[in-house]
Design a protein around this ligand. Sequence first.
Ligand code: ZN
Length: 251
Amino acid sequence: MDHIRTTRGRARGNGRAGSHPFLGKRIVVLTAHPDDEGIAAGTMYENHKTGGKTFLICATYGEKGKSHLARPVSDAALKRIRKAELREAAKVLKVDEVRFLGLPDAGVKERSRELFEKVMRAVTRIKPEYILSFGPDGMSGHLDHIAVGAAARRVARKLRIPLAAFTRADTGPHSDERRKFFLDRRKFGKYARTMPEYRKGDIKVAIDPAIKRRALRRHVSQFGTGDPFAQLPKKVAAQFMGSEHFIREDV
Ligand SMILES: [Zn+2]
């Protein structure tokens, strides 16, 4: 954990397949809501480019998140819309398979046993070489994220599959700007009481920001038709665009 692995070479600089811990392999990316895949969007595309296969598993349909649609819609309608949007985003990212676990948005933690069983079944079938998911910080501190990360860790441990947790480029103390952004978001969902503390990553993936932006634009019901990064402070957005970061976990 004491070094940053930055592999350079082919395409945008992620080395030959085989030299990276998970690029070019069969990977499962386990998320909680449609649009969470943005955290590893560039990585999934790089995985395709280096000859790997990506299986994206999303625990919910994201039906509780605030909607950017012109008219209010029911939870059932929003489920259908967000399911389709994630499938579209996954197509852009060349994801090989998308699977939804159908758990209730904002209620994943309460269903952690069912979550574990469903993840276990899916991962047993897929037989990935690596799993990517949330760490204990849940990135934003969302309780669904934290629950999904915990399930990923349990499954990885049981099946002895290497696991890496999402983290950010800008670890360290929170700036005022970042603090404000996270506190504002807490209006939309269920969050841990404390601000997340980020650990420094030891795996860095250089990504194509245009692909990431194109994929996230598919989530019209969440970001509207404009730039999905417009809602983020500029500095935060810039960090999401250049590279994606992961922490190798001991399981
Ligand atoms: Zn989420």
